[in-house]
Ligand binder design. Sequence first.
Ligand SMILES: C[S@@+](CC[C@H](N)C(=O)[O-])C[C@H]1O[C@@H](n2cnc3c(N)ncnc32)[C@H](O)[C@@H]1O
Length: 338
Amino acid sequence: MSEPTPDAILQLGLGFWASKTLLSAVELGLFSGLAETGPQTAEQLGARHGLHPRARRDFLDALVALGLLGRDATGHYANTPATAAFLDRAQPGYVGGLLEMANARLYPFWGRLTEALRSGAPQNEARDGGPDPFAAIYADPAGLEGFLRGMTGVSRPVAQAIAAAFPWGAHRSVADIGCAQGSFLVELLTAHPQLTGIGFDLPPVRPVFERFAAEHRLADRLRFAPGSFFDDPLPAAEVLVMGHILHDWDLPTKRMLIDKAHAALQAGGALLVYDAMIDDDRRANAFGLLMSLNMLIETPGGFDYTGADCAAWLREAGFRDVRVERLSPTHAMAVGVK
Ligand SMILES: C[S@@+](CC[C@H](N)C(=O)[O-])C[C@H]1O[C@@H](n2cnc3c(N)ncnc32)[C@H](O)[C@@H]1O
């Protein structure tokens, strides 16, 4: 056995240095700018993005050292293949919406984690507000759009996995409950041309959803149904999907939503729940556990849960043939049939 060293502890403890460097680069539009211009010198990038001469070399070279930019022998900086594909706003694979949201919202809110751990109370826009965190986030139109775009960054890869993992060939209609911008339905309907989709979400989400559906030329197979899952019936479809929905709410609300889905489905219909489900032993999926702490910061009662927890809730609501399938190291889906 070798002696323990403090290296990993210190690297984790100062991990926010690297994290914030990336978030600021996204905020400044650095990667999208480089995609437009091609390789640039530090002076050119400094002029374009408003970087102080004192800051720019260290900032750009730190991004090189973090593997997020390349620099050639002539001192020109360029995107890497990964930042060109995923951090250029003009690319379909752009995940920067999530990072923009993380920079604008989560980063400052996580600064109050200790307070959340002590009080159990949210630390976001709803810190001084009522029980519905979405009312506070959506009070500002820029906040609404930023949040919805952010969800697309987390959910697009999960949607691609679910498009392949579920037997969609046996179904013709799907409704995504709490659909946000609509990225799940866009990925799914693109992969399965026989499907039509309904996005159900709060009324202010409508224009953002409809613009996204039109951009992806799916307006004829995809429609928005405005409503609240607290006050309105869920739309009718063969498959109902709840992605990153149950984790927002306390246990009685989770159960109410599962019951409501059961009531809305015809016999043979299915409910598909996906989330950053924690491994049943609660020791491996650090992302799922940290997501649950993120729910502590974002919501009054939300928490993430294991696949076994979710399977039990579905069975108790009357679903049969319940199964949990891991989609990636971070995400799993639970499926139950009525
Ligand atoms: C965490 S996001 C998940 C979005 C999307 N399903 C995904 O996984 O990317 C939660 C969504 O639930 C929606 N939502 C919140 N309260 C709602 C309500 N009362 N009725 C319908 N949708 C609601 C929000 O507007 C938001 O789009």
